[in-house]
Design a protein around this ligand. Structure first.
Ligand SMILES: [Cu+2]
Length: 659
C-alpha cells in the first residue's frame, strides 16, 4: 500500500514539538482542511442583538412556557428574552444577585439554577415578570477557591435534577470541599443522592436520545484530553480527588483516593482493566484536533439536517460545535466525533434548542480564552435545508469500520483503500496535566466494499486495537458530483470490538506487533518434498498474486491422487495465503478465518477444519512459499482460496481434479 500524507494526529505531534502555541497549531490545521464546500452553505450562524446593560456572559440557557429565552450570566443575573429569533428582541432582567450560575433549567413555572454553592428555584409568584421567590433546594460547602464551579441542573423526567461540581485548583485539581468532583442528583424537595465521581472540570451535562446521562470533561491533570463519558450510579470517571468523599453516607462508591496510582505509560483503558470501578469515556475529543475545552451536550432534533438523534458537543476554547455519533457495543457506549460548525463569536459554553430547530448558543470567554474574540454573546445556528456531504455515522465491525455517508459516493473513489487513512493512538492516564498522543500507529485499510446504494463503505482494517482512539480520514472519497467531504475526518473511541471474546485481553501481545511471517507449523503445510516421492512431484503448479485481491490463475487441471508441488508467489503489497479446500467450501473457510479475529494472524488465517486439504504460510509482501501435498483421489472441483480477512470473496480458483 502506498504511503500517504501524514495523518492529522501525526501532523499535530510534529507541530506540538515545533510550535508550543496551540492556537497557532489550530489555525494551521484549519488551513490544511480548506475545501470547496463551506459550513455556512449548510448551517448558518446569526447573532442575537444584546443591549449594553445586559452583560450577557452566558452561564445557562432555558426557555420558559411563554417562549421567552432565559439566560443566566456569570455576573449573577437571569435575563428573559422575548422573541429571541427577531431582529430586535426585548430583554428583561428577571433576577439578580446570584453567584455565577453556570446552568439553567425550567420546569412547571419555575427556573432552576446551580449557583456556586446552591441549587436554587426562582419563581415569579405575582406575575409581574420578575422573580420574587428565591428558594434554596440544596446547598453544598465551598472552600472559596475560584475554580469551584457548579453546573446544571439537568432535569430528569421524574423531576430529579443533576448537577456537576468542579474541583478546586491549587496547581492541580483538588476536592477542597465535600462533593467537589461529583455528580449529584437532587429531588425537587431537596433530597440529595451522590451519583458518581471522578469529575475534574465537568462543564457539560446532558442526556442522549435514549435518556442516558453523559457529561463532558476538559483536559487537565489525570485527563489526557477532552472527552465525554456515560454516567451511571457508582461510576468513577477518572480524576481521583473526588474519591475523598466515598466514606460519606450515601456514597455509591467505596474505593479510596489512595487506591488509584499512576505510572507514565498506562492508558485509562488499561488501568480500567485493573480497577473495575473506573469507566473509560465513550468518546475522546483529541486535544487541539477537535477542540480544547468541551462544553454543552444537545441532541439533534428532526429537521436539522441528516443527523437526527446524534449529539452536538460545544467547545468553549475553539468557539465551535462538534458532532458525535455513538453506538453501544457489548452494552458499552462508544463512538465518533466529527467537526461540525466553527466560527462562533466567543467561547461557546451553552446550547439550547428553540422553536423551529433554532439552536441558541450562549458564549463567554472571561478567564477562558477562546478563538472567538468577543467577550460574550448569544448566537443562533440554523440549517439552510441543504444536506452537506459528510460521514453520517461510523460503526465498528469485527475487523474494521462501516462508514455511512449523507450522499451517494462516487464508487471508484470510495472503494479505493488509498482514499482512507487510519491512525490509532492513546493517552496517558497520569497525575500530570494532559497527555500527548502515545503509541501512534498507522493502520492499513486492506479492502473496502461499497454498498449497492453507494451510501456505505465497509473498511477492512488490519490489527484493530481495543481501547484506542482511531483517527479516520476519508480524504479521497468523493460524492457523485466529485466533491470531497465537508469534513473528511473523525475520531472513533474503540472501547469494544464486536464479536471479540474475553480471550482478547490486554495480556496478549499487540496483534500488530505479531510478525506476519510467522512460520506456520502444520501437518497440512509440508515444505520439504517427502522422501517417498522418488521420482519427484507429478505436477508443479505456480500461482502468483495480483493487485486487487486476486490470483493470477483461475483454474488448473490436475490428475486425481497426483503428487503436487505448489509454489505461491506474492509480489503484491498485502498479505495473502492459499488454502486447498474441499469442493464448494471456499466461502465457508473464508468466514471461519474471519471469525478467528485477532488470533487469526498468528494462525496464518488458516481455520482448524477437516475441509482444508493443504495450505501455505501467510505470506508477507514480496515473499513466497512452496508446499507439497497429494491431490484427493475423488475427482471434483477443489477450490483454492486466500483466507486473509475479506479476501476469500474474490481471491480464489479451482483445481479441476480429473481421473
Ligand atoms: Cu489474499
Amino acid at each position: 500500500m502506498t504511503k500517504h500524507s501524514r495523518s492529522n494526529i501525526q501532523k499535530n505531534i510534529l507541530m506540538q514539538k515545533v510550535i508550543i502555541n496551540f492556537l497557532l497549531a489550530g489555525s494551521l490545521l484549519a488551513a490544511v482542511q480548506t475545501d470547496a464546500q463551506e459550513e455556512s452553505d449548510y448551517y448558518k450562524i446569526s447573532t442575537v442583538p444584546v443591549p449594553e446593560e445586559a452583560y450577557l456572559e452566558v452561564g445557562g440557557l432555558a426557555f420558559n412556557e411563554k417562549g421567552q429565552l432565559g439566560v443566566t450570566t456569570r455576573r449573577g443575573e437571569l435575563w428573559l428574552i422575548d422573541n429571541p429569533e427577531s431582529a430586535s428582541p426585548n430583554f428583561t432582567r428577571f433576577a439578580a444577585g446570584l453567584h455565577e450560575p453556570l446552568g439553567l433549567a425550567y420546569r412547571e413555572g419555575s427556573f432552576f439554577l446551580a449557583q456556586r454553592g446552591e441549587l436554587t428555584k426562582l419563581t415569579d409568584e405575582n406575575g409581574d415578570g420578575l422573580a420574587d421567590l428565591y428558594e434554596p433546594i440544596f446547598n453544598w460547602p465551598l472552600a472559596a477557591n475560584y475554580h469551584e464551579y457548579a453546573y446544571g441542573p439537568v432535569i430528569l423526567e421524574d423531576g430529579n435534577m443533576l448537577i456537576n461540581l468542579n474541583l478546586g485548583w491549587v496547581g492541580r485539581g483538588a476536592s477542597l470541599s465535600k462533593w467537589s468532583g461529583w455528580m449529584l442528583m437532587v429531588s425537587p424537595e431537596g433530597k440529595m443522592t451522590p451519583v458518581a465521581t471522578g469529575m475534574r472540570s465537568p462543564a457539560g451535562l446532558g442526556l442522549n436520545a435514549n435518556g442516558d446521562i453523559f457529561y463532558t470533561e476538559n483536559q487537565g491533570d489525570w485527563v489526557g484530553s477532552g472527552r465525554m463519558s456515560h454516567v451511571e450510579k457508582g461510576d468513577f470517571l477518572g480524576h481521583p480527588e473526588g474519591l475523598k468523599w466515598t466514606a460519606e453516607p450515601g456514597s455509591p462508591l467505596s474505593i479510596k483516593m489512595e487506591d488509584i496510582t499512576d505510572n507514565e505509560e498506562q492508558t485509562l483503558f488499561e488501568y480500567a482493566q485493573k480497577q473495575p470501578a473506573l469507566k473509560p469515556p465513550s468518546v475522546w475529543f483529541p486535544h487541539t484536533l477537535m477542540g480544547i475545552s468541551t462544553s454543552d451536550i444537545e441532541v439533534v432534533p428532526d429537521n436539522f439536517g441528516p443527523f437526527e438523534g446524534q449529539l452536538l458537543v460545544g467547545d468553549q476554547g475553539h468557539s465551535k460545535i462538534m458532532r458525535v455519533f455513538q453506538e453501544k457495543i457489548n452494552g458499552v457506549y462508544q463512538g465518533i466525533c466529527f467537526p461540525f460548525v466553527e466560527g462562533f463569536s466567543s467561547g461557546l459554553l451553552r446550547m439550547e434548542w428553540g422553536p423551529e430547530q433554532t439552536l441558541y448558543c450562549g458564549m463567554t470567554n472571561r478567564g477562558w480564552a477562546s478563538t472567538g474574540k468577543a467577550p460574550y454573546g448569544l448566537q443562533r445556528l440554523n440549517w439552510t435545508g441543504k444536506v452537506p456531504f459528510e460521514m453520517k455515522t461510523v460503526k465498528v465491525q469485527p475487523d474494521g469500520f462501516e462508514i455511512e455517508f449523507t450522499q451517494p459516493v462516487n464508487r471508484r473513489s470510495a472503494a479505493n483503500p488509498d482514499s482512507y487513512e487510519l491512525t490509532d493512538f492513546n493517552y496517558k492516564y497520569h497525575h500530570f496535566y494532559g497527555s500527548e498522543a502515545i503509541r501512534v500507529q498507522e493502520r492499513t485499510v486492506f479492502k473496502v466494499e461499497v454498498s449497492q446504494d453507494n451510501l456505505k463503505a465497509r473498511l477492512y482494517v488490519e490489527g484493530m486495537r481495543q481501547g484506542f482512539v482511531y483517527e479516520i480520514k476519508a480524504e479521497g472519497v468523493k460524492n457523485q458530483s466529485g466533491q470531497s467531504l465537508l469534513h473528511d475526518h473523525g475520531y472513533y473511541t474503540l472501547n469494544n470490538i464486536p464479536g471479540a471474546t474475553s480471550e482478547m485481553d490486554h495480556s496478549q501481545p499487540d496483534p500488530a506487533a505479531v510478525t506476519p511471517t510467522v512460520e506456520l507449523k502444520s501437518a497440512k503445510r509440508i515444505t520439504e518434498m517427502p522422501g517417498s516421492w522418488l521420482n519427484g512431484p507429478d505436477q508443479v503448479i505456480k500461482i502468483g498474486t495480483l493487485p486487487g485481491m486476486r490470483y493470477d490463475t483461475k483454474e488448473v487441471t490436475v490428475k486425481a491422487g497426483s503428487k503436487i508441488q505448489l509454489e505461491l508467489n506474492n509480489p503484491d503489497d498485502m498479505m495473502h495465503n492459499l488454502l486447498v479446500v474441499q469442493p464448494g467450501t471456499a466461502t465457508q473457510m473464508g468466514d471461519m478465518a474471519m471469525k478467528l479475529g485477532l488470533k487469526g494472524q498468528s494462525k496464518g488465517y488458516v481455520p482448524d477444519s477437516d475441509l482444508v486439504i493443504a495450505h501455505t504460510n501467510l505470506l508477507a509482501p514480496n515473499s513466497a512459499d512452496v508446499i507439497y501435498f497429494v491431490m484427493p483421489s475423488e475427482p471434483g472441483d477443489y477450490e483454492f482460496v486466500c483466507t486473509f480477512p475479506a479476501h476469500a470473496a474474490t481471491m480464489r480458483g479451482v483445481f479441476k481434479v480429473v481421473k
